[in-house]
Design a protein around this ligand. Structure first.
Ligand SMILES: [Cu+2]
Length: 415
């Protein structure tokens, strides 16, 4: 190879500029006030988002601005029987700031091997302008893998396809790089998010999160006695007292364990043995305290309890979503009617002035679907009820013949 050709090849092969730089573009103090770098990204109330109305630094230019910083990488979690599972996943790095003298690349070390399952729940309000920065911190347990990652907000009407996260149609993020997604949050509803890179693999590996948007109607006058609603319904018919996101997913343990060495193929052989709600199998689903450290040596890896608590007479909104890569799942509640008010991130009906809400005792949901269910506990005696799957093979933590996709609804008057 001649020197000239060699130089051309070398120039073409130079890596593109990349680096960690989360953006929260207009987050700065009032005009004339000094920018205090150390507090620029501080998450004052620790809720995982930066939002002016939370009492953090207000921004006169964009009062509805919300900033979130997620990382994507790998980690480990444990099933209800203690079995360790290797995962790909997200973590919430909002509020992380480099120390003096460091660059933003410090987030790479700080968030290495910190993936959680499910991914951090994201809650936005209709009208928000969201700047979501995603940093790929790499998969430290798979140094041979250089997979990119992305955020795909499922079912959401993106302003621009470039923020959709689908690899063949938008940007995906390489190790050591950051992309700040921009979303105008124009619709309320129950959504979900996941990585869309090699989607079947990265989703089975755990890159799945709850995401929902509360409606503008919440900021208006009470309707039908409620101040919180699933949708802008105009009549208070989706009003609720308490709401719970319920994410359906399941792990194939061999797929996760073999992943330490190589991607097991073919994916058509995936066989989920650990069905879960919000990343836990029963009885972990009802534990809203610390998990047993003997079975869960990484206490932060499965952070979401699915215990549903309400006072007698409350209306409970269940924001149910499935990102299962293998199966349909059926959920039922014994003793409390399930009223379906929304599907696919949309309120149902009305059609020809007739409400399309319906009451049922079970819902069946496939991967990528969301269903909003209201449990009206008026007239229901105090006590413990069960939300569980009627697919009996999903009521197991692999070899254990109990557990899996089940949680409890505890209706009790406040003490
Ligand atoms: Cu990914």
């Amino acid at each position: 190879m001649s020197l000239a050709v060699g130089l051309i090849v070398a120039a073409v092969a130079l890596p593109a500029q990349a680096g960690v730089f989360p953006q929260c573009p207009t987050r700065d103090p009032a005009p004339g006030s000094p920018i205090v770098y150390g507090s620029w990204f501080a998450d004052g109330n620790g809720d995982g988002v930066l939002r002016a109305s939370d009492g953090e630094i207000p921004n006169a230019l964009s009062p509805n601005q919300v900033c979130v910083h997620l990382t994507a990488g790998d980690g480990f979690t444990n099933m209800a029987d203690g079995r360790e599972q290797y995962i790909f996943g997200f973590a919430n790095a909002t509020g992380f700031m480099p120390m003096e003298g460091e660059t933003w690349d410090a987030v790479m070390m700080a968030y290495m091997e910190t993936a959680v399952f499910p991914a951090p729940t994201l809650t936005f309000r209709e009208g928000d302008e969201v700047y979501l920065s995603l940093t790929n911190v790499g998969m430290i347990n798979r140094p041979d893998l250089f997979d990119p990652h992305s955020v795909h907000w499922h079912g959401f009407p993106n302003a621009s396809a470039v923020f959709d996260g689908v690899p063949d149609a938008s940007i995906i993020i390489n190790m050591g790089s950051t992309l700040t997604y921009y979303y105008q949050v124009v619709e309320a509803g129950t959504f979900m998010y996941h990585c869309h890179v090699e989607a079947t693999e990265h989703m089975q590996m755990g890159m799945l999160g709850n995401l929902y948007v509360t409606p503008l109607q919440d900021a208006g006058p009470a309707l039908n006695g409620f101040t919180m609603f699933a949708y802008n319904d105009g009549d208070g018919s989706t009003g609720y007292d308490v709401d719970y996101p319920i994410q359906i997913a399941a792990f194939d343990p061999l797929f996760h364990e073999l992943h330490i060495d190589v991607q097991p193929l073919p994916f058509a052989d995936m066989d989920d043995k650990y069905p879960m709600l919000n990343g836990r199998g029963y009885p972990d689903t009802v534990n809203n305290g610390a998990l047993d450290p003997a079975l869960h040596p990484r206490p932060n890896a499965a952070p979401v309890s699915s215990l549903i608590e309400a006072s007698p007479g409350d209306r409970i909104l269940l924001r149910i979503s499935s990102l299962s890569t293998t199966s349909y799942h059926t959920l039922t509640v014994q003793g409390i009617p399930m009223q379906v008010v929304g599907k696919g991130s949309r309120k149902l009906g009305p059609v020809n002035d007739t409400s399309q809400y319906y009451t049922t005792n079970s819902i069946t949901i496939g991967g990528g679907q969301a269903i909003d269910v209201i449990l009206d506990t008026a007239g229901i005696p105090e006590g413990t009820y069960f939300l569980y799957t009627t697919n009996l093979d999903h009521l197991a933590n692999e070899a254990e013949d109990f557990g899996g996709m089940m949680t409890e609804i505890r209706i009790q008057a406040p003490l």
